[in-house]
Design a protein. Structure first.
Length: 501
């Protein structure tokens, strides 16, 4: 009997344990145990935003003169070398003049012979004239004597011109510096033969003034619309990586430079090189300041790329079974700023958000399609790949024309397109909601429409829609993506963290 009572008590204890476990399981799966998302925020604050266009180019002298030779010959003497300071009309090289001096002597002899022939012909013409007056010779003989005189005169002029040409060639054996400056390149040595054919051989390169130089920066066609003369620029060179040099845009050349279907334009930037640290040929990385704002509201670009994640719900088999019998937790709707959808009475009807246009199909008229795409991008949405392909096709066929001054904005952070109006974007503020049935307050994102201005690649100007001190969401960390976080300060899209959707 004692063993039977002991067994009975164990049975009841086991049944109570099973009932307690079942009740605990029902309570567990009935409640939502999803870990709330952890939002990373940044404070909307005032500061400075500088929008710049980056380009690379080469440092060159403002005036770079190539000194060549008009004649062929051997280099007899060199009077200048690398880094030599020269003055205008200073002798820098001497070609061997022996051949040219011999040519001058020969042409002088030919001229003397022609002058002697002219003197003889003058005497004969005068004699023929006297005989013609006395009617001792015919008129034709007199005319022939006059013609021979004219030929002798022409021969003297021809030999005189040949002598001048020979003397010029002899003078060209001495090469002078055309400007004041410094020799930055020497291409010949003593004894070397230079051959002047179609192009004059280059002997020296002389930079007029290295205290004033220029950068020929290659600006892409997407950015050239924002670059104007007079804008300030800063640049660095590899020789002085920790020093920033300054300059100013002095010219934007209209001649396009096409390399592998990439079109760029030469923006000439004037540079002062008073300490002569900069040398010709250095590669400069240039940043041209196209716009600047001070003491304005700015937000990180990560906040403009952020979109709230879809809500995570318990999708285990037990949770689905409990949901069928009315014991499962209800899924929370995703936080979004989209218009509420209108429920359809029939199951075969598609639910469409109230007040929103139908989805794009690509069959719309070109102007309507482009307008709808602009509206989507202003809302922070991106059209489907097939819609973007359709727009490219319309541009290539000429059905759509690009507006002047257009192009993609630099930085990718919601700034205005070059030459265009400011854009409207959607950001999310972190707000605290108190449940109606009581309980702990929970934080949720709240959409806000803002008007953006210029961007520097990390921060974007906000001209309307936000207040200073607001907490704006930049990223979120959930269970499915524990590492999905971005620094509150944002990052440049040229190598920053992945976007969060």
């Amino acid at each position: 009997m004692a063993s039977k009572g002991k067994f009975g008590w164990s049975k009841w204890i086991f049944l109570l344990a099973v009932i307690a476990a079942a009740a605990g399981g029902v309570v567990y799966f009935k409640n939502d145990h999803t870990e709330p998302p952890q939002y990373q925020t940044a404070t909307v604050a005032r500061g400075d935003v500088i929008q710049a266009v980056t380009a690379s180019g080469q440092l060159n002298p403002v005036l770079n003169v190539q000194v060549g030779s008009q004649i062929s010959g051997n280099i007899a003497k060199l009077y200048a070398d690398y880094n030599s300071l020269v003055k205008s009309n200073q002798v820098v090289a001497q070609l061997d003049p022996a051949i040219f001096q011999a040519t001058v002597n020969q042409v002088e002899a030919d001229l003397a012979n022609a002058q002697a022939g002219l003197e003889l012909q003058q005497v004969e013409t005068k004699r023929s004239e006297a005989l013609s007056k006395a009617r001792l010779i015919s008129q034709s003989e007199y005319d022939k004597a006059v013609a021979n005189l004219h030929q002798a005169q022409a021969q003297v002029k021809l030999k005189t011109a040949s002598l001048e040409r020979a003397k010029l060639d002899l003078a060209h054996c001495t090469i002078y510096a055309p400007v004041d400056g410094i020799v930055i390149s020497r291409s010949v040595d003593v004894g070397q033969t230079v051959a002047a054919s179609m192009n004059a051989p280059v002997l020296f390169q002389i930079a007029n003034d290295l205290s004033n130089m220029q950068i020929d920066a290659n600006v892409s066609e997407a950015d050239v619309g924002t670059v104007e003369t007079g804008q300030n620029a800063s640049f660095t060179v590899d020789a002085y990586p920790n020093r920033a040099f300054t300059g100013r845009v002095v010219q934007i050349r209209n001649s396009p430079i096409t390399v592998q279907n990439v079109v760029t334009y030469d923006a000439v930037i004037g540079v002062t090189n008073s300490d002569f640290k900069l040398k010709p040929g250095m590669t400069a990385t240039v940043s041209i300041i196209t716009a600047q704002r001070t003491n304005i509201l700015k937000v990180p670009n990560a906040a403009l790329r952020f979109k709230p994640p879809e809500p995570t719900t318990n999708q285990t088999a037990v949770a689905r079974w409990l949901a069928r019998i009315g014991l499962g937790g209800e899924a929370k709707p995703a936080a979004t700023n989209a218009a509420p959808t209108a429920t359809a009475s029939a199951s075969n009807k598609v639910e469409i958000a109230e007040g929103t246009p139908p989805p794009l199909t690509g069959n719309e008229p070109p102007e309507v399609l482009m307008r709808r795409v602009r509206e989507m991008r202003d809302r922070g949405e991106e059209p489907a790949p097939e819609i973007r392909a359709k727009i490219r096709e319309l541009f290539q066929s000429g059905a759509l024309q690009r507006s002047g001054g257009g192009g993609s904005s630099r930085g990718g952070g919601g700034g205005p397109r070059p030459g265009g109006a400011p854009a409207w974007r959607t950001v999310y503020l972190l707000t605290t909601n108190t449940p109606i049935a009581g309980g702990d307050p929970e934080q949720a994102p709240k959409a806000a429409r803002v008007r953006t201005g210029i961007t520097d690649g990390s921060y974007t100007e906000v001209t309307e829609g936000l207040e200073e001190g607001s907490a704006i969401i930049t990223s979120v960390k959930t269970q499915s993506s524990p590492a999905a976080s971005a620094p509150p300060g944002g990052a440049s899209p040229f190598g920053g963290p992945p976007r969060f959707r």
